[in-house]
Design a protein around this ligand. Structure first.
Ligand code: MG
Length: 208
C-alpha cells in the first residue's frame, strides 16, 4: 500500500551512528544504546523541493536514511508490538551542516535549518524493511550504497526505545541512520535517495 504524507510530522527523531562503517568514517565510537536527536517539523520538505544552502555553513552534507513513519499515537511500545505502530517506510535525507556539527557540542543547529529534512516520495507499507538496498546519488553518481540489514539498532528496538522516552504521534518519523559515504553538496546539485521497494526521493540544492 502507498500513502501520501497527509501532514507534517510533529517531530522527526533521528538515530546517529547506526551503521558501523559510517561511525568509523566520522571517527566516532559505536554507541551502546541508540544516540538520538531531533529535527524540527520546520525542516521537513517533500519530493522535488529545494534544499536551501544556509549562509552560516561552508560544508553541507547529504545523509541517505530509511524513515519509519508512525501509524498512531503510542508510548512505551514493546519491541514485539512495534509493528502495529508503523504505518510504513519512506526515504529521508538527514541534511547536515557538517562544519557546524563539529563546532557545536550539540547537533541542533547543524541538523535543523529549514529544508534540511527531505522526506518522501511517499509512505510504503507491507514491505520487510530489514533487507533493503539503500543508495544515494549525487548528480547521477552513486555515493552511498548499503543495505538496511547493516543497521546496528534494528527498527523494533528503535521504536520501543524512543517510545519509552517520548510519545510518538501519527506521522511522526524515525530516521534510522545513514551508511558510509557521506559527503558535501553544492548549489545546483541533484540529490536522490533511493531505497529498494520504497522509491526515490529527489531534491535540489539552491541558494538560500
Ligand atoms: Mg543522520
Amino acid at each position: 500500500m502507498i500513502y501520501k504524507f497527509a501532514k507534517l510530522p510533529s517531530k522527526v527523531v533521528c538515530v546517529g551512528l547506526n551503521y558501523i562503517e559510517h561511525a568509523k568514517e566520522l571517527n566516532m565510537k559505536i554507541p551502546a544504546q541508540p544516540v538520538i536527536f531531533l529535527k524540527p517539523s520546520s525542516s521537513v520538505i517533500f519530493n522535488n523541493e529545494k534544499i536551501k544552502y544556509p549562509k552560516m555553513s561552508k560544508r553541507v552534507d547529504y545523509e541517505a536514511e530509511l524513515a519509519v513513519v508512525i501509524a498512531k499515537k503510542c508510548k512505551n511500545v514493546s519491541e514485539k508490538n512495534s509493528k502495529k505502530y508503523i504505518l510504513g517506510y519512506a526515504c529521508l535525507n538527514d541534511v547536515t551542516a557538517r562544519d557546524l556539527q563539529k563546532k557545536d557540542e550539540q547537533w541542533t543547529r547543524a541538523k535543523s535549518f529549514d529544508t534540511f529534512c527531505p522526506l518522501g516520495p511517499h509512505i510504503v507499507s507491507g514491505i520487510n524493511p530489514n533487507n533493503l538496498k539503500i543508495e544515494l546519488y549525487l548528480n547521477g553518481e552513486v555515493k552511498q550504497s548499503s543495505n538496511t540489514k547493516n543497521l546496528i539498532f534494528k527498527i523494533p528496538e528503535l521504536v520501543s526505545f524512543i517510545s519509552k522516552i517520548m510519545t510518538l504521534e501519527k506521522y511522526d518519523v524515525i530516521a534510522t541512520g545513514t551508511p558510509v559515504g557521506v559527503g558535501p553538496v553544492k548549489i545546483g546539485d541533484k540529490i536522490e535517495v533511493k531505497i529498494e521497494k520504497v522509491g526515490t526521493l529527489t531534491n535540489y540544492i539552491a541558494r538560500d
